[in-house]
Design a protein around this ligand. Structure first.
Ligand SMILES: Cc1cc2nc3c(=O)[nH]c(=O)nc-3n(C[C@H](O)[C@H](O)[C@H](O)COP(=O)(O)OP(=O)(O)OC[C@H]3O[C@@H](n4cnc5c(N)ncnc54)[C@H](O)[C@@H]3O)c2cc1C
Length: 487
């Protein structure tokens, strides 16, 4: 297995569980229209009004136009898909959906865990073509359709970077609107913390700027309040960071050290300098055992001290150790497993840890992964640290509700592209067991790891009341209302 393959990448987890099944049934979950399309909307008029393209069922290109990253949602059939060629197209699409009482969902990179960017019988507004990038004075202007790899490759030309997640094809839109965690989180904060301003089309069809000085309440809400709730964002302006060299480490331990590793990782999340980051993977193998590894980064450029600190907190040296230094783009491709990522199936959920788990809870966490592995269900618990800069509010504040949290556990199950109901149920069973195991220490869920069946308020913590008030101001008729919106 290559180095890039065994990082946090869904293909690895899928292979590790040995659950790649052929010919599985297509199943869709969660994406349903709230309103049926009204009689005879004038689609031809919409088509004429667009600079971009409109795709309708039966037309060439329709099937591809509404695909998300997870093939599980291919069978969800929007009444129409607007590939927005301009901000005005986004406006026209919103006004059309409003007039015809169609549920309207924006699509950026299409990586929603629950298919929130597609909608049966509704209107998908894909901002994908709006992906222009401009850099000046340490800030980048990003069209909302841009993908992460393209953003990094562009910024690299200026020796600049951004704190983002790792998957090369994730969209800046969904990522930044819901937070955005990655290797730089503890040093520079979330992706959303770097947002200086946004352009957004609200439910009334008005194109607005949200910034500390214009529509400051919307600016607050759009930084961590999640996509699809308050309008369709057409561009972001973000403060960049230097693209310096990064120190990397990768350490493994045997299953017998699993509890000590979790305990040591928790101490690391609390006490390590904000320049250190460590991502813990606990994965069930096809033999029912646990495989444990940590990928760590030091933004100082050398990871030797960070690796040693983690090992000292764990009380055991890694069984295998590798330490390296990477340039900005080497790091991007290493973490992302390349420059692009093929579509893949999965089901996942999350728990935001309010503080360090006690021994019994750690055993419960390990037991949940192990039980799934023994039942031949692909299962991983992936722990991301918060803290450092992510514990501080950015200027102007933000709706991201988890400033005091220790980290986030992702319960991840790799699935075939079109899983059977039984496979989905087994994966959901693992996620549910994971939730139960850590419930005592869970503050809620991470909005970018949305899951079916979880209560929407649990993603927003103390920000929900203000989010509702802002929603009332900018979207009083609750136009942006879909299965996973907060109102
Ligand atoms: C392989 C993979 C790796 C990931 N890695 C990370 C990671 O390292 N760190 C991390 O924090 N997260 C990670 N995520 C989660 C990711 O941040 C979320 O899935 C995110 O919502 C994806 O954004 P998107 O634009 O690609 O998805 P989409 O499905 O297009 O959108 C997600 C949500 O935002 C809404 N939305 C999209 N565009 C707009 C817009 N222009 N205006 C308003 N709302 C919009 C959609 O309606 C939907 O509700 C990962 C996800 C995957 C699948």
């Amino acid at each position: 297995m290559s180095r890039s393959e065994d990082l946090w990448n869904r293909r690895t987890v899928l292979k590790a569980g040995g659950l790649l099944a052929a010919g599985a049934l297509a199943t869709t979950a969660g994406a349903e229209a709230v309103h049926a399309a009204t009689a005879a909307p004038d689609w031809a008029a919409l088509d004429r009004a667009l600079k971009g393209a409109l795709f309708r069922p039966g037309q060439t290109g329709y099937a591809a136009s509404h695909q998300l990253f997870n093939p599980r949602f291919d069978s969800v059939q929007p009444a129409g898909v607007v590939r927005a060629g301009s901000v005005e197209d986004v406006r026209q699409a919103i006004l059309f959906a409003k007039k015809n009482k169609l549920v309207c969902v924006p699509k950026g990179g299409g990586h929603s865990y629950v298919g929130a960017s597609t909608i049966a019988n509704g209107l998908m507004v894909d901002v994908g073509p709006l992906r222009g990038l401009t850099y000046a004075s340490n800030a980048i202007q990003i069209g909302a359709g841009a993908r992460l790899y393209d953003v990094h490759a562009y910024l690299d030309k200026f020796a600049r970077s951004l704190p983002t997640g790792t998957c090369p094809t994730v969209g800046i839109a969904g990522l930044a609107l819901g937070g955005g965690m990655g290797i730089h989180t503890r040093t520079y904060g979330l992706t959303s913390d770097r947002v200086l301003s946004l352009q957004v089309v609200t439910a009334d069809g008005v194109v607005r700027t949200a910034s500390p000085t214009q529509n400051a309440d919307l600016y607050w809400a759009l930084r961590g309040g999640g996509g699809g709730n308050l309008g369709i964002v057409t561009s972001f302006r973000l403060a960049t960071i230097g693209a310096g060299k990064l120190g990397f480490f990768r350490l493994t331990w045997p299953e017998s050290k699993a509890a000590a590793v979790v305990k040591g990782w928790q101490r690391f999340a609390r006490e390590a300098p904000s320049t250190s980051w460590a991502n813990l993977h606990i994965t069930g193998t096809s033999t029912g055992a646990l495989s444990i590894h940590v990928v760590g980064v030091s933004t100082t450029g050398s990871a030797t001290a960070a690796a040693a600190q983690l090992e000292s907190f764990i009380g055991a040296r890694g069984t295998t150790r590798s330490i390296s230094v990477k340039t900005h783009m080497q790091a991007v491709t290493y973490l992302g497993g390349g420059t692009t990522s093929p579509r893949q199936g999965w089901l996942a959920g999350s728990d935001v840890l309010r503080g360090p788990m006690d021994a019994a809870t750690i055993n419960g966490l390990l037991g949940a992964v192990k039980a799934a592995a023994r039942a031949k269900v692909a299962a991983s618990a992936i722990l991301d640290p918060l803290g450092g800069q992510a514990a501080k509010q950015p200027p102007g504040g933000s709706a991201w509700p988890w400033r005091s949290a220790l980290g986030v556990i992702q319960w991840y199950s790799g699935l075939p592209a079109h899983p059977t109901t039984a496979q989905l149920r087994a994966a959901q069973g693992f996620v549910t067991n994971g939730h139960h195991a850590v419930t005592k220490f869970s503050a809620g869920g991470y909005i970018n790891y949305l899951e079916a069946g979880r209560s929407n308020p649990s993603y927003y913590g103390g920000s929900l009341t203000r989010l509702h008030a802002i929603k009332q101001k900018y979207d009083p008729t609750n136009f942006f209302h879909a299965p996973y919106t907060f109102a």
